[in-house]
Design a binder for this molecule. Structure first.
Ligand code: G3H
Ligand code: 13P
Ligand code: ZN
Length: 315
């Protein structure tokens, strides 16, 4: 686990306990580069909020481990809020082990492509390794793939998290938090018409695994019209995009979701800000200018998420 001077990363355990007791959620924001990292941390710092910085396997490859770890050390040295460094969608034991060894404080093992027994086995293998080093583990039961709005009961049961299996999954794996499939999907095209999540299923999952067990919502970007407009007004062409409305996110938090994953909205804020800046300043070639605009756009977005999730002044 990364420790530098008198600062260290937090695990999700410490953060989730407090969030569950006080009924707010913590934003887990995907980072790919210096600008995203700095703007997310600055937003959290200014609002006194804990923050989860998450890195997908492909983002890890893009940033390169050695650079990533140094940037996180610098983040700890230059901030005072609680920071978790989390592996997002780890798809093998090896990448989870590598992340634990590199100093991450939390990892996700995404065994959703496996059958129930194999998902349990790989998750338990990661939990056994990570827990020995004090690292928390998020696991996933169910599949988050985009599906039709009018999904049949049979398909729902095939793809979404099965409440009756959730208790056995949590008990046998020993995972610290559970990512559930209740109707969200990754990316900007989550629904064909009306956004809707299966809250009855979430209610039943919580009944099975316990009210205080941490639940994670992936695919939680809201893809708001202003984010789309800021891309499309300046040369973008993003059509028929639809996310999870903020009212539904609030409902999810009220029902006990404690970690909310956001990547797509960051991408929209970043690219919209760059598009706007370059189109309004066609002679500008200095990356610090258009990336500076991106940092500002992302920072404002993250601040609005922190307020929506209720984690302001909870550091
Ligand atoms: O859930 C996936 C995240 O949005 C990361 O996506 O693999 O393109 O980095 P990525
Ligand atoms: P979005 O694509 O909705 O931002 O979800 C991101 C996510 O779940 C990362 O794990
Ligand atoms: Zn995800």
């Amino acid at each position: 686990m990364i420790i530098i001077e008198d600062r260290k990363l937090e695990t999700t355990k410490e953060l989730f306990n407090k969030a569950i007791n006080q009924k707010y959620a913590i934003g887990a924001f995907n980072i790919n580069n210096l600008e995203l990292l700095q703007s997310i941390v600055e937003a959290a710092e200014e609002l006194n909020s804990p923050v989860i910085l998450q890195v997908s396997p492909s983002a890890k490859k893009y940033m390169k481990n050695k650079y990533l770890i140094k940037l996180i050390e610098a983040t700890l040295q230059s901030s005072s809020i609680p920071v978790v460094l989390h592996l997002d969608h780890g798809d093998s034991f090896e990448i989870c082990k590598e992340s634990v060894d590199d100093g991450f404080s939390s990892v996700m093992i995404d065994g959703s492509k496996y059958n129930f027994e194999d998902n349990i086995n790989i998750t338990k293998q990661v939990v056994d390794y990570a827990h020995k080093k004090g690292v928390t583990v998020e696991a996933e039961l169910g599949t988050l793939s985009g599906i039709e709005d009018e999904i049949s009961v049979e398909d729902k049961n095939a793809f979404f998290t099965d409440p009756t299996k959730s208790k056995e999954f949590v008990q046998r794996t020993g995972c610290d938090s559970l990512a559930v499939a209740i109707g969200t999907s990754h990316g900007a095209f989550k629904f064909k018409s009306k956004p809707k999540l299966d809250f009855e299923r979430l209610f039943n999952i919580k009944k099975m695994i316990g009210q205080n067990f941490p639940i994670v919502l992936h695919g939680a970007s809201s893809v708001t019209p202003d984010l789309i407009k800021n891309n499309n007004d300046f040369g973008g062409k993003i059509e028929n995009a639809l996310g999870v409305p903020e009212t539904i996110i609030r409902e999810a938090i009220n029902m006990g979701v404690v970690k909310i994953n956001v990547d797509t909205d960051l991408r929209l804020a970043f690219s919209g800000s760059v598009r706007q800046y370059l189109s309004q300043n066609p002679n500008e070639i200095d990356p610090r200018k258009y990336l500076g605009a991106a940092k500002e756009g992302v920072k404002q977005l993250v601040k609005s998420k922190i307020r929506l999730f209720g984690s302001e002044n909870k550091s």
